[in-house]
Design a protein around this ligand. Structure first.
Ligand SMILES: [Ca+2]
Length: 490
């Protein structure tokens, strides 16, 4: 069977099965029954922190990720999946609602924690929608004691959540409350990284991206990242084993993804590919061909919409996320991401990519790519101070030095087919003008259509209060150096 026939057959299976799900759900709802029948699938999101496509299944030769590779062999692997913002809280605010964080004031990192900012009408947590449809919801922290495993339970939303966003934090509650929607948040790959106790990664052998200098500090950090990925891999494997042991694997759709890209340099906190692209796998043995791959453009807010669709819940009109599986699946022509203030790093960047090109608009071009100080990041990520030091000493090559410039162009354009690390800015070149014009127009239309609230500068009083609060937290956690009062060394 050729690929086209396989896809058609797969689609037919989807339609048949989902029609059954939808009819069952609809009938139950029409009878006023809140509880769904067992026909509907359970849905499990396993959410990793700050990771790129640095897994064996994505072709990374330094990775030792057997459990995630096995999951990939049972799943459909998405090779062009993106968060909507390259840092935890805006991304998580978006994928828990299915809406761009820029559309409801959740775009500044760790904002609105104590000011009562609530979701506007029409924007709701995914769990609220699923609960209404009869789903039990959990953000699992507690596992059976013998496993010695705890979920992070992370939410990290930039709004005041409802009183009870999840029904439970215990794995043991799931089996008796089907269908369920559960999250397992794992933070092994969030800094600070930890060295593997056995067979740690050899820093001398890891392959670094071209925008990082070949320096012992960068190598050691990259090796620790792989070690942390191994710890993540083991925990994902333990969760999947438990799912099987309890007989839940067959009727549970598993999504695995990262909340934002890896944190190195030009990764997390930056709207380049390394910050925005994340791994995504979807396992559903009943319907998805095992070991398949997809190059379609997928946003994490589409995971939200797809989850609703596969649960038999209508995707609300006006939701920015759109299902990429199921009877109403649609393909995206464009992916949009947004980067706004992170701590003291005041910024506004918007990006759009199509199948080939990526366009970046820097709304703060007078600011540098990397600020002189980034409290927290500077304390936990040695690459930033390494880059500053080597830049001062003139020891960076052209590709590396480019991103230490004191200012940025207002527009950047990259051909991702030939330049996946976004090193050659094509904006301004006549032969790429058509691509630039099309993507610029698409971005401007998106900002209007989604009511991009970043068009209004952050209230300076609120911004000052947030930065002062962060500074106090950093002083408490790391001492005065973290507040930018002293410059650290790599
Ligand atoms: Ca994160």
């Amino acid at each position: 069977m050729n690929t086209g026939m396989k896809l058609k057959r797969s689609l037919c299976l989807f339609l048949t099965a989902l029609a059954g799900c939808a009819i069952t759900a609809s009938a139950a709802e029409n009878r006023g029954e809140a509880k769904a029948t067992s026909v509907r699938p359970n849905i499990l999101w396993i959410i990793a922190e700050d990771i790129g496509l640095d897994l064996g299944c994505y072709g990374n030769r330094d990775a030792r990720t057997p459990r995630l590779d096995r999951l990939a062999s049972q799943s459909r692997l998405y090779r062009r999946a993106y968060c909507t913002g390259p840092v935890c809280s805006p991304s998580r605010s978006a994928f828990m609602t299915g809406m761009y964080q820029t559309s409801f004031g959740a775009h500044h990192h760790r904002s609105h924690r104590d000011d009562g900012h609530r979701l506007p009408a029409g924007v709701r947590l995914l769990t609220d929608r699923l609960r209404e449809a009869g789903y039990f919801t959990a953000n699992v922290v507690e596992f059976p004691a013998a496993m010695k495993l705890r979920g992070a339970g992370k939410t990290d939303w930039n709004f005041q959540p409802p009183d009870k966003p999840f029904d439970s934090s215990k794995w043991e509650a799931l089996k008796g409350h089907q269908p369920f929607y559960a999250q397992v948040n794992l933070n092994e790959t969030h800094r600070i990284y930890h060295k593997a106790g056995a067979n740690p990664t050899d820093p001398a052998k890891v392959a670094l991206p071209p925008y990082l200098p070949d320096h012992p500090v960068a190598r050691e950090d990259w090796a620790l990242y792989h070690d942390s990925m191994m710890a993540l891999d083991a925990k994902v494997g333990a969760v999947l084993d438990l799912l099987e042991q309890e007989g839940l694997g067959g009727n549970t759709i598993v999504f695995f993804f990262g909340d934002n890209g890896r944190e190195c340099f030009r990764g997390k906190y930056f709207a380049y590919e390394q910050g925005c692209q994340v791994p995504l796998m979807v396992r559903w043995p009943k319907l998805l061909p095992a070991g398949s791959t997809s190059d379609e453009l997928v946003s994490l807010i589409d995971v939200t919409a797809t989850t609703l669709a596969l649960a038999g819940v209508p995707v609300p009109e006006g939701m920015h996320g759109q299902p990429f599986l199921g009877p109403n699946a649609r393909r995206r022509g464009h992916l949009f991401t947004a980067m706004d203030r992170v701590g003291t790093k005041v910024d506004r960047v918007r990006t759009v990519r199509d199948a080939r090109y990526k366009y970046i608009r820097n709304f703060e071009p007078a600011r540098p790519y990397l600020p002189p100080s980034m409290p927290y990041a500077d304390e936990t990520n040695p690459n930033f101070n390494l880059m500053r030091q080597l830049s001062t000493e003139g020891k960076l090559n052209a590709a590396q030095a480019k991103f230490m410039a004191p200012s940025r162009p207002a527009e950047e354009l990259y051909d991702l087919q030939t330049d996946p690390f976004e090193l050659n800015n094509l904006a301004g070149l006549p032969e790429h003008k058509q691509a630039l014009t099309k993507l610029r127009s698409a971005l401007e239309q998106w900002m209007v259509d989604t009511n991009d609230q970043g068009r209004t500068p952050e209230d300076p009083v609120a911004q000052k209060r947030e930065i002062e609060k962060l500074t106090r937290q950093m002083e408490k956690q790391f001492g005065t150096r973290a507040a930018g009062k002293e410059r650290g060394k790599p």
